[in-house]
Design a binder for this molecule. Sequence first.
Ligand SMILES: CC(C)(COP(=O)(O)OP(=O)(O)OC[C@H]1O[C@@H](n2cnc3c(N)ncnc32)[C@H](O)[C@@H]1OP(=O)(O)O)[C@@H](O)C(=O)NCCC(=O)NCCS
Length: 138
Amino acid sequence: MTRYLGYQAELWRTSLRDAQHQDFVYVAEETDGTIIGFASGGPNRDHFSKYKGEVSALYLLLQYQRKRIGSLLMKAIVEELVKKNIKSLMVWVLAGNPSINFYEKLGGRQSTTKQIQIGEDDFKAIAIGLTDINNFLL
Ligand SMILES: CC(C)(COP(=O)(O)OP(=O)(O)OC[C@H]1O[C@@H](n2cnc3c(N)ncnc32)[C@H](O)[C@@H]1OP(=O)(O)O)[C@@H](O)C(=O)NCCC(=O)NCCS
């Protein structure tokens, strides 16, 4: 798992520096400006999916979890998607990740699965879909 996280960190460093990066990114900051988490989303990379938007990342430092900051970041992503006339979204989550509960609490339902291989390691990822993200903005 540590190797997976290191790989992800490198991917994100490269992606965020890339001027062609199409997704929008929100960061959560401490009062002194320290970044404590971030979320990224945009149109679904899988154009054939019934979920038209995608949350590509949502991460908070451990000590800032369970304080509703993740819910606020999700709302920010949903607002951007709705502005683009996108009404549904999905997110890929590794099987066993407690964040599945977070997305299900927000109305998400487990959908398809896929195997992803990173280096020599295999992981199962689960797509969690939300069909009507307008509910978020009520
Ligand atoms: C998943 C994550 C973004 C959620 O953000 P958060 O600010 O911690 O979540 P919230 O406080 O908004 O949680 C809202 C509700 O979701 C559920 N929930 C959130 N995190 C949960 C967890 N780890 N286990 C079980 N339920 C959880 C709870 O019902 C929670 O309400 P409660 O605290 O009143 O019980 C955050 O915990 C995180 O960064 N986790 C590690 C990284 C990760 O796994 N990201 C997802 C990869 S796609």
